[in-house]
Design a protein around this ligand. Structure first.
Ligand code: ZN
Ligand code: ZN
Length: 177
């Protein structure tokens, strides 16, 4: 698979026993749909931070086509934005994979930090991390942000896959085949 941004071959990394792919050149991250779902496990009995209103209002979604291709199925990626968050996620409507630029990842974390719930989410990730011997197998440069990655992976796994049917509908309406 090649990076949608700089076309370099993606490399494997492991996050909480979940395989992800990253670009060693731009530090972008690729999550397969299954990779997102895998993280949804029974280790999470009561996660109240899921109630945050990120991606709550359908009218606040904006979707546009990008010039990038899905590393998995070579279909065009769609850029999904939400309200004033400046958060952008690249999504493949065919395989439901998600691409995150390093910059986008940081914006999402910044956005979450604006919300009171970030502390709760972050502590949750910290507790989760404690349960695993090896949390992350991948490049040194990404290790310092590991708890942010965890928080984000959780958020994407829960929130975004829930929103996905709606986003897919918008893509199909906005861009008829
Ligand atoms: Zn790249
Ligand atoms: Zn795809």
């Amino acid at each position: 698979m090649e990076c949608p941004s700089c076309k370099k071959e993606l490399e494997p990394a492991t996050l909480l026993n979940t395989d992800v792919d990253y670009c060693s050149s731009c530090s972008g991250l690729w999550f397969d749909k299954d990779e997102l779902n895998q993280v949804k496990d029974k280790r999470d009995p009561e996660i109240n931070w899921l109630d945050i209103d990120l991606w709550k209002y359908e009218a606040k979604f904006e979707i546009s086509k990008t010039g990038r291709l899905c590393p998995c199925c070579r279909m065009p990626l769609y850029e999904v934005r939400y309200d004033n968050s400046r958060v952008r996620i690249d999504l493949c409507n065919l395989c439901c994979g998600i691409w995150l630029d390093q910059g986008e990842f940081k914006k999402i974390i910044a956005y979450l930090k604006d919300k009171a719930d970030y502390e709760v989410m972050y502590n949750f990730s910290k507790n989760l991390a404690r349960e695993f011997g090896e949390i992350f197998v991948g490049p040194e440069s990404m290790k310092k942000e590991i708890l942010d990655f965890l928080t984000l992976l959780k958020l994407l796994g829960y929130k975004f896959s829930i929103r996905h049917p709606f986003v897919a509908r918008m893509i199909n309406v906005g861009f008829p085949k």
